[in-house]
Write a protein that binds this ligand. Structure first.
Ligand code: SF4
Ligand code: SF4
Length: 68
């Protein structure tokens, strides 16, 4: 068994649910800075090259906008 999460567990931001919060708490919990926001008024997205699939961001988002 691998001791790290599978790369297939990389989540994505559901833009229909995302409120593009001024302070994205999901970004705050991401330790690898894989949640990237280009424009503060736009939903962030997951950079698959940085994300290691810990899924800490999923329960952190109050709007359940991060889905696997
Ligand atoms: S991912 Fe969640 S916490 Fe982050 S901006 Fe979107 S709704 Fe807000
Ligand atoms: S799964 Fe982990 S590494 Fe990937 S975006 Fe979410 S918090 Fe960051």
């Amino acid at each position: 068994m691998p001791d790290h999460p599978s790369p297939t567990k990389i989540p994505r931001v559901d833009e229909g649910r995302c409120h593009a919060c001024r302070r994205c708490v999901a970004r705050k919990v991401c330790r690898s800075k894989a949640l990237v926001a280009i424009d503060p008024g736009e939903p962030p997205f997951v950079d698959g090259n940085r994300c290691y699939g810990c899924l800490a961001c999923v329960p952190a988002c109050p709007y359940e906008a991060i889905v696997v």
